[in-house]
Design a protein around this ligand. Structure first.
Ligand code: PBG
Length: 324
């Protein structure tokens, strides 16, 4: 029965009707707020390319996380800026490192908040790569695994509720699971950045986390943006190694990948609406070219519709406020 018997507009007539047949829900319960924590007292450092985002010292991070939690956001994802960087990224697995200190403070102030930590070496290494660099400039996968596992254990020991490896080394999920279990953290889930693409959309983040590689790029470990089949394979391998959640990153240029990973796996899927995606909307909104609120809510709904159960986004607090 086509037109005129069928009229699609009948169910679009009023807001209540549209609400009854809406297929995708966007609520703060699905959102994760990424945060950049730095050392020092009472420090807030704006990130130029990400208006509204700041690097926060621990007391400010506690405040910010509390505000997010009060808006109904269940989780934060922490990135740390260490005091010093070295070849081995030792600040990442220092039990008194910035993330470890922040986790303890956050859990003490907000015991119910889910505190997730990014597990990677790039903001801790002097060369800015996500793994240990060999003499000939390559990234040593297997040596890096040990350091990542040490980092995850250290975060879990500080009280992290979940660890999120973002390094893209082969075998890291299995390495983390094994070490976490051996160290008494069998209940700490792994949120794996499974399909992380070598993306230009990470530009603003690298300013925020001070993690731009000093030489070369990340294409020997992060994925080729052209590949979706391979992304599914990455996700399936991570599930096999013990990932509790698999992530696709970035989000908006990879909605098809989110959908395919959702259909191929039976674990919850997260998507990371990254710094460059955020920066584009903020810049366009500041110029008056788009309506920020409508644009953000549409983008986040699109990411959910593609298949993401969890959306990591710098817009989390604004979105949660708008959704109230
Ligand atoms: C670290 C990491 C990056 C992001 C999250 N974890 C940057 C990178 O790989 O260069 C990007 C997040 C964003 O752009 O918002 N490996």
């Amino acid at each position: 029965m086509a037109f005129p018997a069928t009229r699609m507009r009948r169910l679009r007539r009023t807001g209540l009707l549209r609400g009854m047949v809406r297929e995708t829900e966007l609520t703060p319960a699905h959102l994760v707020l990424p945060m950049f924590v730095q050392l020092g007292e009472d420090a807030r450092t704006p990130v130029e390319a990400m208006p509204g985002v700041e690097r926060l010292s621990i007391s400010h991070a506690v405040e910010e996380a509390g505000a997010a939690h009060a808006l109904g956001i269940p989780a934060v994802l922490l990135f740390g800026l260490p005091a010093e960087k070295d070849l081995q990224g030792s600040g990442a697995y220092d039990d008194e490192g910035v993330v470890q200190l922040a986790v303890r403070a956050l859990k003490e102030a907000h015991p119910d908040l889910v505190v997730m930590t990014d597990v990677c070496l790039c903001s801790y290494t002097s060369h800015g790569h996500c793994g240990v660099v060999t003499d000939d400039g390559a990234i040593d996968n297997d040596v890096t695994l040990e350091l990542l596992a040490k980092t995850a254990i250290s975060h879990a020991g500080a009280g992290a509720d979940a660890v999120a490896p973002s390094d893209m080394m082969d075998g890291r999920v299995g390495a983390l699971r094994g070490q976490l279990d051996a160290d008494g953290h069998k209940d700490v889930p792994i949120v794996a950045y499974s399909a992380k693409f070598a993306s230009a959309f990470y530009g603003p983040f690298r300013e925020a986390a001070d993690s731009t590689p000093a030489f070369g790029d990340r294409r020997s470990y992060q994925m080729d943006p052209a590949n979706a089949e391979e992304a599914v394979r990455e996700a399936l391998l991570d599930v096999e190694e013990g990932a509790d959640v698999v992530m696709v990153k970035p989000a908006l240029p990879y909605l098809d990948v989110i959908r395919r990973v959702k259909e191929a796996t039976r674990v919850p899927v997260a998507a990371y609406n990254v710094s460059g995606e955020y920066a584009m909307v903020k810049a366009a909104a500041a110029a008056g070219y788009v309506d920020e609120r409508a644009t953000v809510l549409e983008a986040l709904t699109g990411i959910r519709r593609a298949g993401a159960d969890i959306v990591v986004t710098y817009h989390a607090k604004d979105a949660a406020e708008w959704l109230r």
